[in-house]
Design a protein around this ligand. Structure first.
Ligand code: HEM
Length: 106
């Protein structure tokens, strides 16, 4: 999918993740977020158009998505262990990653 579609998928599922207390819904939402974040790594943000794949800017963009993916993995483990409150607390932390990276790349 293109980057905007991936971001919309991330945002839709993040909304569900923040709202639900259901273990299955939480796990599915996080899995959908992860798949879209992985796919977003294949795209180049319009702001970085023309940058070489190995440029510091593209590497930093990938690092931002890897940070989010790491946080999603942590939240997923907690959700799968039935630690719903802790999973949702971890998910709250995605906001800082989003804001920091949007400042740079959006
Ligand atoms: C929970 C985390 C995140 C959420 C909820 C989120 C959500 C969004 C949304 C709703 C958009 C607008 C999409 C549209 O125009 O239809 C967007 C755009 C964008 N986001 Fe994110 N995002 C997140 C994390 C990230 C991260 C970690 C990065 C980069 C490392 C990133 C990079 C971008 C970029 C570059 C755009 C602009 C895309 C374009 O104009 O084509 N986002 N994001």
């Amino acid at each position: 999918a293109d980057l905007e579609t991936d971001m919309d998928t991330i945002a839709d599922n993040y909304g569900k993740v923040l709202k639900t207390n259901d273990q299955a819904e939480l796990t599915t939402g996080l899995a959908n977020m992860k798949a879209a974040a992985e796919d977003a790594k294949k795209a180049t943000p319009p702001k970085l158009k023309g940058k070489a794949p190995d440029s510091p800017e593209i590497q930093d963009y990938h690092k931002g998505l890897d940070t989010l993916i790491g946080q999603i993995d942590k939240a997923s483990e907690l959700a799968k262990a039935g630690k719903i409150d802790e999973a949702k607390k971890e998910a709250e932390g995605f906001k800082a990653t989003r804001n920091e990276n949007h400042k740079k790349f959006k």
